[in-house]
Design a protein around this ligand. Structure first.
Ligand code: GLV
Ligand code: MN
Ligand code: MN
Length: 425
């Protein structure tokens, strides 16, 4: 599977450009559908475009099973990437989920509840600006109206991108029928940090996701000649932007947060023209929500004094994963993660956003497994995980799924699977 994915969206940097609803993304979606068909999984696409491939050999349909108190277990991640992203962020979770289906079958295991492999669309928000757009719309955390009006760098709207991909934009919206099938979600992901290297363990379970968000800063200026305009006569939009970049670093240091300005657009963008307009995008996160909010307030105030307009594009408060589920998976994994002797499986928090966090916020008991990354580097071509650790990840996910899909007596939910009330999104 890895070899088939390798060339798709490959960029000269050695990283990947796999943006939502692009030609590369459509190739990846076709690849996913083919892998699911090869395994005889029943592929459904929800109102947003997320792909769900179900394995259910029990009586009736998946919906019948859910109605009979056997909500499904979903595993998977996403296949899109950030600009020049690594090969693992997303695809490792999808490939590991498919490999888990293979491992269960090789072991002769048939799940007692429906099992789905999912490919969430548009996790990175690299093209339209909002991360986890697929799971946010699915769960009602992003309105279809707002999503459809988002534009990419070329001015293409989300609605137009959907149409070009053969989808009906009017269909976009929350999908309660799909969500109702999901009793539990487990997302395996490459670690984005280097805690596991120091701990000497290949796999960890997630505890929480830091609060995080994205803000757009628009700095006004006036275009003029770079050689003939006196310094005192200039209105240089770049100066406000420069203040934002340095301020972000300074305030983040003071407040124990991280802040990044990783994207900028300069108008008119000529070497010899004073910038008339600069847009910078701030990504801010941190362990403490009040500190992240205070950081953004401070930067907004500074930028406001320079005439900037600030727009919040997304905000995700602290997400805590279900502790019962995390404890249960840690129990399952003790001794089952590529080591002979039982070791305690670490629990890690993360500063990275994930669809599992969005589902958790929507009330779906969710968990994450992290696979060791030797350098910790992510969102970069240098992102890596050793093959042996990836295999340990599949082993771990398989053990978790085996446990979570083991049914109780007929009509009883599988142990530990928490059913949600109808409409509880
Ligand atoms: C997603 O990868 C994010 O945390 O930006
Ligand atoms: Mn990512
Ligand atoms: Mn990811």
């Amino acid at each position: 599977m890895w070899a088939e994915l390798e060339p798709v969206g490959w960029a000269p940097s050695g990283g990947y450009r796999r943006f939502a609803w692009s030609a590369e993304d459509l190739t990846l979606r076709e690849w996913f559908a083919a892998e699911c068909a090869r395994r005889g999984l029943d592929l459904t696409v929800d109102r947003v475009g997320n792909q769900w491939a179900w394995w259910w050999d029990g009586p009736g349909t998946v919906d019948d099973a859910v109605a009979a108190g056997r909500p499904g277990v979903a595993i998977g991640s996403h296949l899109d990437s950030v600009p020049d992203g690594g090969a693992f962020d997303g695809p490792l979770g999808v490939v590991s989920a498919l490999a888990t289906v293979d491992a269960l079958r090789a072991a002769g295991v048939t799940p007692d509840v429906p099992l789905a492999v999912v490919n969430f669309v548009d996790e990175e928000g690299a093209r339209f600006g909002i991360a986890c757009a697929g799971s946010r719309v699915l769960t009602g955390q992003l309105s279809p109206e707002r999503a459809l009006a988002l534009t990419d760098a070329d001015g293409t709207t989300y609605a137009e991108a959907l149409r070009a991909a053969g989808r009906d934009p009017d269909e976009l919206g929350p999908d309660e029928q799909t969500l109702r099938r999901v009793g539990t979600f487990v997302e395996l992901h490459v670690e984005q940090g280097r805690a596991l290297v120091d701990l000497g363990t290949p796999v960890a379970v997630a505890s929480d996701i830091w609060p995080h968000g994205r803000w757009r800063f628009d700095f006004p200026g006036e275009a003029n000649h770079a050689g003939t305009t006196r310094l005192e006569d200039r209105r240089d939009a770049m100066l406000g932007y420069a203040d934002l970049v340095l301020g972000a670093r300074h305030v983040a240091t003071q407040r124990g947060c991280v802040a990044t300005v990783g994207k900028v657009a300069v108008t008119p963008g000529g070497v010899n023209a004073i910038p008339a307009h600069v847009t910078g995008w701030l990504d801010a996160r941190g362990p403490q929500e009040d500190q992240v909010r205070a950081l953004v307030e401070e930067l907004t105030g500074r930028a406001g004094e320079l005439g900037a307009e600030v727009t919040r594009e997304s905000w995700t408060p602290t997400t805590r994963f279900d502790t019962d589920l995390a404890d249960r998976l840690r129990g399952v994994l003790r001794g089952a993660v590529g080591t002979e002797t039982p070791v305690s499986v670490p629990v890690l928090g993360t500063g990275a956003g994930h669809d599992a966090g969005i589902l958790a916020t929507a009330g779906v008991p969710s968990a994450m497994l992290f696979v060791r990354n030797p350098t910790g580097v992510s969102h970069s071509p240098a992102e890596h995980a050793e093959r042996e650790d990836c295999h340990a990840g599949v082993e771990a996910l398989t053990a978790c799924v085996r446990d979570l899909t083991r049914g109780g007596p007929d009509g009883e939910p599988a142990p530990g699977v928490v059913r949600r009330a109808d409409g509880d999104v």
